[in-house]
Unconditional design. Sequence first.
Length: 335
Amino acid sequence: MYTKGIVVSIIVGIFCIFCLEKSWAESSNIMLPLHHFMKGLLYMKDHKFESALKEFERAKGYDADVKIIRMYLARLYLIEKKYGKAEEELQALKAMDPDDLEVRTLLVLLYREEGRTQDVKNELELLLKKACSIYPDNLGMFLFLADFYMKEDDLDAAAKVLISYYEKHPDDKDVLFYIGGLYYEKKDYDNAEKYWVEFFKKNKEDADALNSLAYLYALQGRNLKKALIYVKKALEKDPENGAYLDTLGWIYFRQGKFRKALTFLQDAAKRVQDAVIYDHLGEVYFKLKDFVNAKISWEKSLELKRSEEVERKLENVKQILKKEIRKNEVSSETH
């Protein structure tokens, strides 16, 4: 590899950046800041960060408005855990270019390092909103923003983000599925069904859509025959999918076919460690009056995810088991 040519190219490239950022190309002093900047890069390469910082500061002294210098300063201050100085550089850079996503990302990292939780949330929200405005046709950006709101338990805001995207991109069918999922999380099952059905019309062979609608119907105890057809189609495409097997088991449970339900739910639990699956198993065992396994299943569900509803079920089955033990003890004493 011919490295000398590469080094020359890098120097020329940096020289061009300096010229583009400022009108130093017209000045004989251009070599002075460039000299200090290049020395800083060399010190960085050798991990001599304190020396690099001094050189970048000298370069900045010639003109504080050159972004590339301030960006390197910000990164180095972060590495050296000099967070106050890093924030000073990043805020200056954000003022120069509010659309610079890298600057905003570094601010998020800085706040996280300092444990400033609220500042992390505020800056991350601004970062994602800005990314959506810069890339209005990129669904991924809108999904990131929606996910941010979901983690903040603001499902209404998350839904608005995706709906705003869909209104401008009505041909993007994928977003329909995500909107349906948000409404499902909100327990707004009517709107969840509305968007999933719309998605399903355009993607009749999509296994996740088939399963989602099937599970929604099973959850509500309606359209169970249709739900059974849908989930079986999904399982034809992915026969070992634990979530799909859980849906099938839950449909059979809703139909009162508890033994059949047990078979598929046990299979699902072997494939996926999921609190809902173990909750469903607990329900089936309870219906079959296998209270010991119901207790075990609900305990497992709570290990995976806390739920007040499951806690109540577990407490109830424990009381039943206590009564059974007392009853057996009385019976043995009588005999």
